[in-house]
Each structure stands twice: as C-alpha cells, then as structure tokens.
Design a protein around this ligand. Structure first.
Ligand code: GLN
Length: 454
C-alpha cells in the first residue's frame, strides 16, 4: 500500500531519492512469515520506513543529496540500518535532504527540492525534509532523520509530524556520513509520539563502533509515552524559555504555542517562565562550530576514495583532479561552509572564532543545567515561522539559518529534544511545532510530556 502511495504522490512531493520496491516487498514477506510462525523480530516487524539518505545501506545508494556521492553504494550498513533490519522494519527507500545535511529547506539537494505535502509551493523543512514529507504525505508511517542543528525537529514542525533528537550518544553515528561530528545525532520521525518511541527503542543503545556512544541503558521511552497518554502531567514542572519569543516569531506561531502551554497547564503541569540568557548566542556559535567540523569531515571527498572523479584523463595531477572534483561535486552551501570552517580553524583565527564559539557552547550547557534545577522540561516553539515558500530564502543564508534559532541549543549541549504538532497557525493554516527539551539521558520525559499533550 505504501509503495502504491509513493507511486501516486512522489512525483509531486519528491520525498524519495531512491525506492527499493523489490527489497521492501522481500523484507515485508519475511516479516509476515516470521509473524505467522510466532517469531516477529520486534513490535515494528513488517512496518515500512523511509531512511534519510545520509545513513549507509549496502543494498541502496547513499548520496547525502550530493553529486559528490552519486552512484556510490556503501560497503557496510550503518548501525541504525542494521538495527532496523534486525527488528524486521521494512526499508522502503532513501529520502531527500539538503546536501550533506546543510540547510533548513531541502532546497540544497543536488537532486531538486522536496515539497511540503500541506502546500506544494512550500518547503518541508531541512535538512531532513524528505523524511518528514514522506510521513506527512502518508508515503511511510515511520522515518529516520539526523539532527545536527534541528534537521529532525524543524522538518517535523513544518510538516505537522513528530521528530525527536535523542540525547547525543544515545543513537549510534556509525555509518552516518559525518557533517559535524560533535553535534550529529540520528533519531526517529513518526506521526505519533508512541510510534516515535517504538522506533527510538529499536535504534538506540550502546554501540562499540561509535566512540561517543553512551554505555547506559536506553531511557524507557515507550513506557513513558504510554504513561503520558494514560495520565496527565501532575507534578511535572514545565519551563517556557523566555528568550524564544518576541521579534521574528510569527504571531500565528506564537498564538499556537501559547495555546499549547495553556493545555500543558490544564493537564496538570506547573508552568513557569525560565531564562536561558546565552541561548541568544547559540546560532552564531553553531555557525562557527558546525562549519569548522564540516570543513574537516568533508576533506575525505578527495576524488580518490568515493563517488565522483572529474578530469582524470592522465594529464592532471592528483591535486588538480581533487580540485576539479570538489568544484563540480559540491553545491554552493557546502562550499560556503567549507570556506567559513577552514577560515575559523586557521592559525591566528582559531582562538578568536572556534575557541570563542566553544566557550559559548559551555555557557549554553550551563544555562540548561541551571534551568533543569528548576524544571523537568523546557518548551518553546520549534521554529519561529511556519513553512516558507520554495525559493524565498535561497539567496539569503542568514534568513535560512534563522529557521534553526530554537533547535540549536540542544545540539550544542547534547541533550534530547522533540518537536510535536501543536495545531495550525491562524494566519496561514500551516502546522506549528511545539519543542520539548529534557536533560541528557532523560529522553523519556520528552515522550511522557509529548504523549500527554498529543
Ligand atoms: N539547518 C541547520 C544547518 O544547516 C541544521 C542542519 C542539520 O541539523 N543537519 O546546519
């Protein structure tokens, strides 16, 4: 049924870069057989899923939305991919994304934009717009995204779906093509909080193949989602982040958010305002740290090891071939980030830019620590505006970066955060996202509060 749905709508939505109908049907038949013999691999055995094209798969290409990796099929599965297969989840295909996960609209994909199913002239968010659009268009009930600065949560918000960035280290990065290694985190995308929790438990947990993977039990997110859905929020303290409102926030977004906060109070939560003064500096710190790490990580695309090779006609040096390949293979946003990052890390500037940004990162972590002494979770709008029009921000990187204003602090500090739908803006009728943030390794709180609200 989902393959039929993809065939019917994906020429308009363009959520997928690759669909593996044969592989999906074979996995589905196996799941059926296992279930018939009473051996279902997991509660999600047989459930279809859309996988962001930044996680490696041995049976499908992995392009990261870039010409650089066109036609490259990886020699190994990401740990997330492996765990999905072991759980009997049916991988339908790979979803569109901003090139190497850099962007907030999926317009930076080398393979053309994904469109928002709510309004095909609008963006589905980014970088994981394909995964969230696939859910909103009912092309898949589950998806995987990755979140470096908001790429699971912001697409979730603007497509009216659920997206969770787990605690950094909670889900393995092995086989996730690196953008900014200290920030990147895979996570679940779904249409309900409980679905996201079930997927979270399949993909999370310690992995010796990822040196930053946390060797602790996975937070009990499924139990928390069930508890939240069954009960209210009595005894839960919710902090509204003061800094994430005012100028730049669409009134329709603000009103939907305010209504959500009132509903949390009606559910029994104790709601207070909390100040996190350094959150205002999260965006500039991120746009130094992420490009710095990206400039280092993307050095591996040297025309020798992966995918594209341009100008290798026997007359040119390896350096010339590398240069021609990187010129042709990377799009404008990726080049901008490599240049900013290379500059920020260069000798003489390192302390002034990268070093300062890392200090700001520590201050933001301290803001979270202080806030979580007063409250159990923090809330804010996920993103200041609803889905903007395709093309509207492509020539204005600063306007594009503002989409991540509220999501970035959790990446810098490493704690978990979730976006869930909180109604439609009364200005344009488009979905608004409620962001919930919890302390590190307390991801279960996100699910309890999210499921109670939902
Ligand atoms: N939009 C942000 C960026 O462009 C976040 C990307 C992400 O989370 N992968 O960097």
């Amino acid at each position: 049924a989902h393959l039929d749905r993809i065939a019917a709508v994906d020429q308009d939505v363009h959520a997928f870069l690759h669909v593996d109908a044969e592989g999906a049907l074979a996995a589905a038949r196996k799941a059926d057989d296992d279930r018939a013999s009473g051996q279902a691999a997991s509660p999600l055995a047989g459930v279809p899923l859309a996988l962001k094209d930044v996680l490696t798969t041995t049976d499908m290409p992995t392009t990261c939305g870039s010409k650089m990796l066109e036609g490259w099929t990886p020699p190994y599965d990401a740990t997330v991919t492996r765990r999905l297969r072991e759980a009997g989840v049916v991988i339908l295909g790979k979803t569109n994304m901003d090139e190497f996960a850099m962007g907030s609209s999926t317009e930076n994909s080398a393979y053309g934009p994904t469109r928002n199913p709510w309004d095909l002239d609008r963006i589905p968010g980014g970088s994981g717009g394909g995964s969230s659009a696939a859910l909103a268009a009912f092309e898949a009930p589950l998806a995987i995204g990755t979140d470096t600065g908001g790429s699971i949560r912001q697409p979730g918000a603007v497509t009216g779906t659920v997206g969770v960035k787990p605690t950094y280290g909670g889900v393995s990065r092995y086989g996730l093509v690196a953008f900014s290694s200290s920030l990147d985190q895979p996570g679940p995308c779904a249409r309900t909080v409980l679905d996201a929790a079930l997927l979270h438990e399949v993909i999370a947990g310690h992995d010796p193949m990822d040196s930053t993977s946390i060797d602790q039990p996975v937070p009990p997110v499924v139990a928390a989602a069930r508890e939240g859905a069954a009960g209210g929020l009595a005894g839960v303290r919710v902090g509204v982040v003061r800094e994430f409102s005012g100028d730049g926030y669409q009134p329709g977004v603000q009103r939907a958010f305010d209504a959500a906060v009132r509903q949390l109070a009606e559910l029994g939560a104790e709601v207070v305002e909390v100040s996190c003064p350094h959150f205002d500096y999260a965006l500039p710190a991120y746009y130094l740290i992420a490009p710095s790490e990206c400039s280092s990580n993307l050095a591996r695309f040297d025309a020798m090891r992966y995918g594209l090779r341009v100008g290798d006609d026997g007359t040119r040096s390896a350096e010339e071939v590398m240069s021609l390949t990187r010129e042709a293979g990377f799009g404008p946003e990726v080049k901008r980030r490599i240049m900013i990052g290379t500059y920020a890390l260069s000798s003489g500037y390192y302390d002034a830019y990268y070093g300062q940004a890392q200090k700001v990162r520590t201050l933001i972590t301290r803001d979270f620590t202080a806030a979580f002494e007063q409250v159990d979770v923090l809330v804010s709008p996920t993103t200041p505006t609803t889905a903007f029009r395709i093309g509207e921000r492509v020539d204005d990187p600063m306007a594009m970066y503002l989409a991540d204003l509220c999501t970035i602090p959790a990446n810098l500090a490493g704690n978990g955060a979730m976006s869930i739908p909180c109604g439609l803006s009364d200005e344009d009728g488009l979905p608004v996202g409620l962001q919930i943030m919890a302390p590190a390794m307390a991801d279960d709180r996100l699910y309890r509060v999210g499921a109670a609200y939902e």
